[in-house]
Design a protein around this ligand. Structure first.
Ligand code: NDP
Length: 338
């Protein structure tokens, strides 16, 4: 019988997750039963939402179970199949990351086209980060010609795609990220119009005002928020009237145990008639086919840079996850499993 390694949650972390909140466990994997498929994961991705699922606070998605492998987006190859819809060699997407080889009911797997895109792209710009960025800009922020777009955590998985979508659609884009390497990436690879190193700025509001002026704009029309806190406060301060804020995430708040102190300027929502809307990409799966078609076209035209940080082996998966919160990673954070 085949053996596989998986990472289980052993204890619900308080604040920043610690190594002994998790355990690597070796498990036997029998031949797949009828209706099941056996998959070897090739890649898994980690994302900040997993931090939420490690705690048992009520959320839009259930918490990870204790003493069971965690879950997350993965792309794998079928090894053996007990279902007529799948054959060895098929490329499949699942939400069964954090493990190497597994059996799952066929209904938990989706076929992906090997030839259309590089394998990892199905976890990156043609996967959930792509859908998150696309839905946030197109549906939630209702991007309009001429909009100036501000993106926070702009060098990250979702942020780097949001920057590229806005840029490819002809918008001026200001991105914010932590550190000189990341801002160079924003300028040189993502071709944004202005980049802010928020870690080097004593006042994010002043920095955003400076960059708005530098690109010849009067303010921002769209804020794609990945961070919350100071970034949201600066975006409110620099918003034009009738700006739209797509609240995708608030990573600056996820490991915080005290009540948030910023933003302090929420009254601007009213005085500037700003529309601010939070959303969850899973509610916008109807946009997936349009998003994949758009991304495939941009990729073929060389207009979609694949931004990723790769860790090798399941034993590095927790390092990859920690890198999301320490700022160590650029683009989608992925673990190569085979
Ligand atoms: P990223 O790849 O962007 O990784 C997170 C990045 O956030 C880090 O690289 C880091 O970059 C930045 N960051 C971390 N802590 C802080 C902080 N205190 N202040 C400012 N920036 C910080 O992750 P994702 O692209 O997967 O996720 C981005 C956001 O989108 C998250 O908030 C996530 O929860 C949200 N999300 C929401 C979805 C939805 O459906 N609404 C779906 C998927 C993601 P830096 O070095 O620049 O600080």
């Amino acid at each position: 019988m085949m053996e596989s390694r998986e990472i289980q949650l052993k204890r619900r972390p308080v604040g920043t997750p610690a190594a002994d909140d998790f355990a690597m466990v070796e498990v036997p994997v029998p031949a797949p039963a009828a209706g099941e498929v056996q998959v070897r994961n090739l890649w898994m991705a980690v994302d900040p939402a997993m931090r939420g699922r490690m705690s048992d606070a009520k959320s839009y998605i259930p918490p990870f179970e204790l003493d069971a492998p965690m879950e997350g987006p993965a792309i794998g190859e079928v090894l053996a199949s007990g279902d007529p819809g799948f054959a060895p060699g098929d490329l499949v997407f699942s939400r069964l990351g954090w493990r190497e080889v597994f059996n799952a009911p066929a209904s938990m797997l989706q076929q992906r086209d090997r030839k259309a895109l590089p394998t990892q792209a199905w976890l990156c710009f043609a996967g959930m980060p792509g859908l998150t960025a696309y839905a946030g800009l197109i549906r939630i922020a209702t991007l309009k010609p001429g909009d100036v777009v501000f993106v926070s955590a702009a060098s990250g998985a979702v942020g780097s795609i949001a920057c590229q979508i806005a840029r490819n659609l002809g918008h001026k884009v200001i991105g914010s990220a932590g550190g000189a390497e990341k801002t160079a990436f924003l300028r040189d690879v993502l071709n944004v119009d202005a980049a802010i190193d928020y870690k080097a700025e004593p006042s994010l509001t002043k920095a955003l005002a400076r960059e708005v002026k530098a690109i010849g704009a009067s303010g921002i029309d769209v804020y794609f928020d990945n961070v919350g806190g100071d970034h949201l406060q600066a975006a409110l301060a620099l918003a034009n009237n009738f700006a739209r804020f797509a609240i995708c995430g608030m990573i600056s708040q996820y490991n915080v145990t005290d009540a948030p102190t910023v933003p302090r300027n929420l009254t601007m929502l009213m005085t500037k008639r700003i529309r601010m809307e939070g959303y969850i990409a899973l509610d916008h799966m109807d946009l997936e086919a349009a998003m994949v078609a758009q991304m495939t076209g941009w990729n073929a035209a060389g207009e979609m840079a694949s931004a990723e940080t790769v860790y090798d082996g399941i034993e590095r998966a927790l390092d990859a996850f920690h890198g999301l919160f320490t700022g160590a990673n650029i683009g989608r954070t992925m673990v190569r499993l085979a």
